[in-house]
Design a protein around this ligand. Structure first.
Ligand SMILES: [Fe+2]
Length: 337
């Protein structure tokens, strides 16, 4: 270890950056914290992996520097636990020169950087700490810049979860989404309403994530209790996404996607115009998609038969103005059928 410089004023350290330094070498446990403190970091030292884990449970850290070779639990095991508990905390591993195998394993476990021992220059250490903290700052920055894309990707992942849970209805959500948007565009909807329709139509069955497989996949008809459970999926969907403040409007559309015009639908028995327009759109797209797809208990209906059933139920089940418009959209876009 090189000589420890006195406090340097040229390095700007953000307020209270907390560093956890883990090494079983007593001399390093004095030298490294002294050095980093001189640069303004708040350093906590630990002599073992288990001591480090105790610290991690009680204090927030911005970065951890850890030795690899330690008795009992080694640095790689500590790394794998720490990166699971704090996925975005950078962890720098202190390694011996040329230990490629270990480096590979450490990267696999989520190490963000390496520092080769013996630490050759005192300036090296704060530079590595800053480099890794900067990387995390940039990642967080990107998170804010990309929030629109991230929201859509997160929704896509949630939707894929429903489709994966229901092999017979895989791609159902995406097809409903396409049909609903085509109908919405025929109205047409203002851009902000269209965006809500885009989100709600993809997530309309999100509540099914919380439902048991034996009900979702049941080949025959449902008994009373199972049917009651099935009917709870709009409300369950609201409970899943309703806490996301940006999605409360989307949640209310999802809640009503099984309401019938005659008030005989669920969950609230809303009637006619009391049912949000976007929910009425999704209900039609959903019903058409379900009728024209194979299910475990029946074959798909031809498009003409599904259209006939929609027409037959216009006014009682479905919005009587939207059904003809929807059928017209299908005629004009055969690829949607
Ligand atoms: Fe549904």
């Amino acid at each position: 270890m090189a000589a420890i410089p006195s406090k340097q004023s040229d390095t700007v350290v953000p307020q209270a950056t907390r560093v956890l330094f883990v090494d079983d070498d007593r001399l390093l446990r004095q030298a490294v914290p002294d050095l980093l403190s001189a640069y303004g970091y708040q350093v906590t030292e630990a002599a073992s992996a288990s001591e480090a884990l105790d610290h991690l449970k009680t204090l927030p850290f911005d970065i951890m520097l850890s030795d690899v070779n330690m008795p009992e639990m080694d640095g790689i095991q500590l790394l794998s636990i720490a990166s699971r508990v704090y996925p975005d905390m950078p962890v720098v591993m202190l390694t011996g020169y040329g230990d490629v195998e270990m480096a590979r394993e450490a990267l696999h476990q989520g190490a963000s950087d390496f520092l080769v021992k013996p630490i050759s220059s005192a300036r090296e250490l704060p530079i590595i700490v800053e480099r890794n903290l900067e990387r995390r700052r940039l990642e967080r920055q990107r998170l804010i810049e990309n929030k629109q894309a991230i929201l859509m990707e997160t929704i896509g992942a949630l939707v894929a979860t429903i489709d994966a849970k229901q092999p017979y209805t895989a791609k159902h959500s995406l097809r409903v989404n396409r049909l609903a948007l085509a109908l919405g565009d025929a109205i047409p909807l203002p851009p902000d309403e269209r965006y809500v329709l885009e989100l709600a139509s993809q997530m309309h069955d999100i509540g099914k994530i919380a439902m048991p497989d034996h009900i979702l996949d049941k080949p025959g008809s449902l008994n009373e209790e199972e049917w009651a459970c099935m009917k709870s999926h709009p409300d369950r969907g609201v409970r899943i996404i309703g806490n996301i403040s940006a999605l409360t409007y989307v949640a209310s559309i999802i809640r009503h996607h099984h309401e019938r015009m005659d008030g005989q639908g669920y969950p609230d028995g809303l009637k006619g115009q009391a049912i949000p327009l976007l929910s009425r759109i999704i209900y039609i797209a959903d019903a058409y998609e379900a009728m024209t797809s194979d299910r475990s208990y029946r074959k798909r209906l031809p498009s003409e038969e599904a259209a006939r059933r929609l027409r037959e139920s216009a006014g009682t089940q479905f919005d009587p103005e939207l059904v003809p418009l929807f059928l017209q959209v299908l005629e004009q876009n055969p690829s949607l059928k």
